[in-house]
Design a binder for this molecule. Structure first.
Ligand SMILES: [Zn+2]
Length: 132
């Protein structure tokens, strides 16, 4: 009589921990899913967008080119603005393939997002700007 039973040791069973709760993010969105706060430049506080204009969008990991000291940064949460004329202040780069990069109109820091020339929508990375 040969009977082989295989049992997995309990230590292989891993529990998923959900410790990354971002309460801060929900307060940035109003009941319509739009920005409840003004968006402004991290560097010079220049007002970029007034409240209740942009929609919060999560995109599957977008790589944004940084300067040589920072390398690549993966961003996933963006404010989508459907009309580029809704910005209070925003500088647009020259066309780069099908997009323009966005930068602060005051201090020129960026890119803080991009303008898609195909659908005319703008995306601002939420961790590249200040909410207040
Ligand atoms: Zn600025």
């Amino acid at each position: 009589m040969s009977e082989t039973t295989e049992e997995l040791p309990q230590s292989l069973v891993t529990e998923t921990e959900d410790n990354a709760v971002t309460e801060e993010d929900t307060s940035l969105v109003d009941s319509e899913g739009k920005n409840s706060k003004s968006l402004s430049c991290l560097n010079c506080n220049c007002l970029l967008l007034r409240p209740n204009i942009a929609l919060l969008k999560s995109l599957p990991s977008v790589m944004v080119r940084e300067d040589s000291t920072h390398g690549l940064e993966v961003l996933s949460d963006f404010w989508m603005v459907s009309d580029m004329f809704q910005f209070e202040n925003m500088a647009f780069s020259k066309n780069v393939e099908d997009m323009k990069y966005l930068a602060c109109a005051e201090c020129d820091i960026g890119p803080i997002g991009w303008h898609n020339l195909c659908d005319q929508k703008c995306y601002i990375a939420i961790n590249r700007i200040k909410h207040h």
